[in-house]
Ligand binder design. Structure first.
Ligand SMILES: Nc1ncnc2c1ncn2[C@@H]1O[C@H](COP(=O)(O)OP(=O)(O)O)[C@@H](O)[C@H]1O
Ligand SMILES: [Mg+2]
Length: 482
């Protein structure tokens, strides 16, 4: 084992200082041989170079490098623990001795204490432990039963990582419903072009076309999707106004209600076409607008005599993409509200399989400030969904703007680079076990490295996300051709 330094100063039970004789990087795993428990795993959380060069001498240095400077590399390590006879992770209850040797931890020890398993039956392979050849798998049962958040700034790699997770869920035949506001996930059908990174991570390229269903409230804009239709008779007039894109409730709610009453009295099985005809027959500006917007609804196939059947929408072991590209924000909220309620109700009754509901751009659907039509149902699912096998995964670039009660219900966090101070604050205050050092590291994470907390692990770990088996759909658009 390679010795890297010695413990010095006051030694605590959670962390200790060490004087480093060899260069070690922040985040590296270390070990100390404890008299009672054998090798204990630790992690370097912070580093500092101390020197005797004070301000005055620095000023006198001029251009000369000849002045002797005494310096020491100091580290702060946090103690992760050891596995006891029963396989449980324990932390020594007596502090290490000052002067004790500190070594670089070897991979078997890291794997054992962190609990990294390969190819477990319930594992989703998401990447490798950073700077090590150890695979990181997330426990699928934990993911679905205990909710997940994926947090990073825009372009941080959230959708890419989520794509990796969905690939794994599909390999394990876990049912998923993905709210996809940008229409990015259709590319899960297509195998990725192979490159050297695939070999390094042991990933085969593979498309999942057979397991992908795609629905959209706007099939004109999203022709690869089947129409997502809601039942006209189960849509109250206020929601109908939203579907019609009419925000002026005061002006239009009354006339619309009268129209529906009149048409419904004559024919209880009325259709959107019947409403259009009745509006045409009437007079006035309000009816004219209603007619025009009803025609739009008719074209979009958003409302029909019967809605899209749940059995078509949710298929066991498949992923359903709800492509909301180009759909107005208030219609998006209403679609999510209706879908999420239907999924939750039917999941409670056991009519659909346990599933993983992914909400991309979740700060729009469950905002911390203000209300979205779907806020309440998403909060309900966050607090109660786990009891019924409805796992929620919220993805957001604004951790500070998503409802705190939703965020705090997520027991697995996948955090990529975050730089906004408000978002960092929201993250560090909602996640247990994050050290100051880790919070600092989150700001400098390269694309493709995630900090994972929860997911079956008792300590946060940095993971290099594996390459996608499928093509990534969220490539940024080049504004100027190369
Ligand atoms: N693990 C990764 N490996 C390689 N490239 C990645 C990885 N994660 C993200 N990228 C690249 O970074 C860009 C932004 O990723 P994306 O997931 O779309 O960001 P976000 O959803 O957070 O806005 C994409 O073009 C993608 O190709
Ligand atoms: Mg994205």
């Amino acid at each position: 084992m390679e010795e890297v330094g010695r413990i010095f100063g006051d030694v605590g039970l959670g962390q200790f200082h060490l004087s480093l004789s060899h260069p070690v990087e922040r985040g590296d795993y270390l070990t100390v041989d404890d008299e009672l428990h054998g090798k204990v795993l630790c992690q370097l959380d912070d580093l500092k170079r101390k020197s005797d060069l004070d301000l005055q001498r620095a000023g006198n240095l001029g251009t000369s490098d000849l002045v002797p400077i005494h310096e020491n590399l100091l580290g702060l390590a946090r103690i992760i623990g050891y596995r006891d006879g029963q396989g449980l992770v324990k932390v020594p209850t007596i502090p290490f001795r000052p002067g004790a040797h500190v070594f670089r931890a070897d991979e078997p020890l890291i794997a054992e204490v962190l609990g990294l398993k390969h190819h477990s039956a319930t594992g989703a392979y998401v990447g490798m432990l950073r700077n090590h050849g150890l695979k990181v798998e997330l426990d699928i049962n934990q993911l679905v039963q205990r909710h997940v958040s994926v947090l990073a700034k825009s372009g941080g790699g959230k959708s890419y990582l989520l794509g990796v997770m969905v690939e794994e869920l599909l390999r394990h035949h876990v049912t998923c419903v993905i709210i996809d506001p940008h229409g990015e996930y259709g590319s899960l059908r297509v195998a990725a072009e192979k490159n050297g990174v695939h070999a390094r991570f042991g990933v085969e390229s593979q498309g999942f076309a057979k397991q992908i269903q795609e629905y959209s409230p706007d099939v004109t804009l999203n022709p690869s999707a089947k129409p997502l239709t809601f039942s006209l008779h189960h849509t109250d007039p206020r929601d109908l106004l939203i579907f019609m894109g009419l925000t002026n409730v005061k002006t239009f709610l009354g006339p619309l209600k009268q129209l529906i009453e009149r048409v419904g009295a004559a024919n209880p099985d009325y259709t959107v076409k019947d409403l259009i005809r009745a509006a045409e027959a009437g007079e006035g500006a309000a009816l004219e607008t209603l007619r025009e917007r009803l025609e739009y609804v008719e074209e979009s196939k958003l409302l029909g005599p019967v809605g899209t059947s749940l059995n078509d929408l949710v298929k066991k072991g498949d992923a359903t993409l709800v492509n909301l590209r180009g759909v107005a924000p208030d219609v998006q909220e209403l679609v999510v509200a209706r879908l999420a309620s239907t999924l939750f109700e039917n999941r409670k009754k056991g009519k659909i399989p346990p599933l993983f509901l992914v909400i991309e751009e979740a700060h729009n659907f469950a905002p911390q400030q203000g209300q979205a039509t779907c806020s309440r149902i998403l909060k309900n699912i966050a607090s109660e969904g786990r009891k019924f096998g409805l796992g929620l995964c919220v993805v957001t670039q604004r951790a500070a703007r998503i409802d705190k009660s939703v965020l705090s219900q997520c027991n697995t966090q996948l955090i990529l680079q975050v730089t906004n101070p408000l978002d960092l604050k929201a993250i560090s205050s909602s996640i247990e076990g994050l050290t100051d050092g880790m919070t600092e590291m989150i700001q400098g994470l390269p694309v493709g490295v995630a900090l994972i907390t929860g997911g079956g692990y008792h300590t946060p770990l940095f993971c290099e996300v594996r390459p996608r088996a499928t093509r990534h759909g969220g490539e940024s658009v080049a504004i100027v051709a190369a």
